[in-house]
Structures are given as C-alpha cells and as structure tokens.
Write a protein that binds this ligand. Structure first.
Ligand code: SF4
Length: 398
C-alpha cells in the first residue's frame, strides 16, 4: 500500500505535518530505535534544480519521526557517485546541497541526535551476491538501524527512471558502483551481469522499511543531474510513500507517465492506495531521456549502460562548463567547422560498437583505452574518470 501526500517544501513545519500524515496513513512504525536515512544526493547543486532530495523533505520526516516515536539516533548516509572517494568532495556535496546546514539546524534548534555519514567510510557487512565474486559489502547501518530510502523523482539516461530501487546504488562502495555498470567478472574475465540486473538484485537483497519519493520538484529529460537543454524541472509538490519500495516505484512511474515495462530493473506490481491518499494520476507524462547516440550538433555520443557514474558525471560537468563559458562555446563552434562528424565513446566499448561510417574518433576514460589503441588517429583521454577540466580542454581543442 502506498500513499501520495501534498508537500509544500517552503516551510519545515508544513513538511513535518505532511510527513506525520504519511506515517499515519501507512501505519508505519520503525522496528528499531535508531534510524538510517538514505536520501538521493548525487550532485552538489541547490534544491531548486531537482537533482537531489530536498533537505527540507528529509528534515520534515526526521522531525515527524522524532515526535511520534522514541528515537535514539538518526543517521543520514550517502555515497555519491559524483565525486571520488576524497572526503573533501563529500564535504562540498553536503554543503552545496544544504544537507550540512539542515543537520546543524536540527541539532541546535530541535535537539535531534543526528549525524551525516559518507558511506564510503562506514562499517560494512558482507552479503551473499548473485554474481562473481558472489559477495558484496554494504553498510552495517542497514542491520543496526531502521532503514528509510528517500529517492528523488527523476528520469534517467541509462535506466529510464531513478527512484527507490535505483537509489540503493548509493549504498555501494565506489568500486562496486563501477562493477554494477561495467559488469561483475569471473577469474577468466567473463562478464556475468549488466546494470539493470544488478540494480534489481540489490532491490531483492535490501528492502527498506519505508520508501518516500520526493516529487516536490522532479526532474525530466536526461537525468539524473542537470544538463542544460536536456533536463527540465517539474513542480508536483507531492511525496509518494510506502513500505514496499517496488510498489512506490511502480506508483511513481504511473505519475510520471512512464510504462514500467520500459524500466528494466523494475518488476511490474499492483499498486493500492491507502485511505486518505491523493489520487494516483499522471497530469502530463514526463519527457523521457533521449538516446545519446542521436547526434548532438556534429558529435555522436556512444554511451551505453556499460558507462559508470564516474564518466557520466565527468561528461555532464564538461557539458555544463562549455554551456556556461562563452570562450569555450566559441572554440567549440570553430572546432565544429573543422569536422563533419565526431564520434565520442565512453564506458566499456567493443570494436563492433564503432560504426563504419564514423568520423573523428574520441575516446574518454580508461575503459576505452584498449579499443582506442586499434585506431592510431583516435584521441584518447585517460583517467578513471578523467578530470572534467582535462576532458573539456582536449575536446574543444580537437
Ligand atoms: S573509465 Fe569511466 S566508465 Fe570506465 S570505470 Fe572509470 S569512470 Fe567508469
């Protein structure tokens, strides 16, 4: 059973009241006195850009839980794929998204026992896993605390949507995130998985007690983060909550006007509404991601599900940098006059992925190193991922 509630993120009190309503409608009670919340915080951006769960939604939920139950501790945890393992990057993430300030406010003004944790450095437990090496490490918080999953409603270039099941990828160590994208390999270098299978399996392995999808503002187009001209913000002012993560995701897809059949990591299941819920309707279907192998100007991007978040984010940052820098835009226009066609490859790439009619070849990241060596005239930018400034420099000056 799920419920859809109206939430206006302008006031913390309003969000708290909405969350109290959600908890009552779902008849939810934490099974443990300690709570672990996993909001989707993937990029160092302000809440108005609808990329990360709005910290006020997270804060309102915490206050509602604190008032209603006897909670000893709240932990907010995330392992963003946007940055490297460097702790200073995690600091940038929580400062720019407003999470650090939100936690300080709850501590100082509401006396909430709360901490913010970089999951890359959290204690881990080992789980049996479907693919080689048949084990996966995940935060111990999943066992010691009541786990609440807080996704953001967004469309996604590789996965069609990113909701509750996909948000669990943020529980992984960065090295395992890469393996989710590139595939788990055995000792003979044979791949046994793809991204969708891994996300689905993680959804079977780890089940939150409560999932609340933040759709106060939602993102449509080529998410999961802002790309000028390819993503747009939608104001829905709702949250969708439920104790079955798959059901919440199914309901969210219906609201977005996206058939579940198009979401490879998500099984189709029936949705039932709790008494008092807003109706489950789609006012206007979300714009879906466009395939990046459609040319963008004279550049053909070849990015498959075998591209991990590291390179995806590097590309996003490069495109943003070019969009917002007049001098780089000028260089790009000049460069575009030189070539009829550029083919840009990122992520695990095989020789058959390079079309016969290709133009100038550009390979990004260590995953493309071997294939780049087959084409002596190609440009290859190394790194795992490459730094977006290096990539930008080489790309606009090609
Ligand atoms: S090169 Fe890029 S796609 Fe490949 S593992 Fe590294 S970051 Fe991921």
């Amino acid at each position: 059973m799920i419920t859809i509630i109206q939430v206006s993120p302008e006031s913390l009190e309003n969000v708290k009241q909405a969350m109290e309503k959600l908890i009552v409608q779902l008849n939810y009670e934490p099974s443990k006195p300690r709570i672990f919340l996993k909001p989707n915080i993937v990029d160092a951006l302000a809440p108005k850009l609808a990329v990360d769960v709005d910290p006020i939604v997270c804060a309102g939920l915490i206050l509602a839980l604190k008032d209603k139950f006897d909670i000893e501790e709240f932990v907010i945890g995330e392992n963003s794929g946007y940055f490297s393992e460097k702790p200073e990057n995690f600091q940038t993430l929580i400062e720019k998204t407003g999470y650090k300030q939100m936690v300080e406010n709850l501590k100082e003004n509401y006396n909430v026992p709360i901490s913010l944790v970089n999951l890359e450095y959290a204690d881990l437990d080992e789980y049996a896993w479907k693919f080689p090496p048949y084990k996966l490490k995940l935060p111990s918080l999943l066992k010691t605390h009541s786990y609440i999953n807080l996704p953001k409603m967004k469309t996604h270039g590789a996965c069609m949507v990113t909701l509750g099941v996909k948000n669990q990828k943020g529980l992984l160590l960065l090295k395992d995130k890469k393996r989710f994208h590139l595939g788990f390999r055995d000792e003979n270098n044979v791949y046994h998985s793809n991204l969708h299978e891994c996300i689905f399996e993680l959804g079977n392995l780890i089940k939150p007690e409560l999932t609340i999808c933040d759709a106060t503002l939602a993102l449509e187009g080529n998410g999961p983060t802002t790309i000028p001209g390819l993503t747009w913000v939608r104001k829905l002012n709702i949250c969708i909550g439920g104790t079955d993560m798959m059901e919440v995701d199914n309901a969210s897809c219906q609201i977005m006007g996206i058939p579940v059949d198009l979401v490879e990591h998500l099984p189709k299941i029936n949705v039932s509404l709790a008494p008092g819920s807003l109706p489950l309707t789609c006012e206007e279907p979300f714009k879906r991601p466009v395939k990046l192998n459609i040319p963008f100007g004279n550049t053909y991007y070849h990015s498959s599900m075998w591209t991990c978040t590291g390179c995806q984010m590097t590309l996003t940052r490069m495109n943003r940098k070019i969009s917002f820098t007049p001098e780089l835009r000028k260089k790009l226009r000049q460069r575009n006059k030189k070539y009829d066609r550029i083919d840009f490859f990122v992520g695990r790439t095989e020789e058959e992925n390079v079309p016969e009619e290709h133009g100038v070849l550009f390979f990004c990241g260590n995953c493309t190193k071997k294939i780049a060596q087959l084409f002596p005239d190609a440009t290859h930018v190394s790194g795992c991922p490459p730094h977006y400034r290096d990539l930008t420099e080489i790309f606009v000056n090609l």
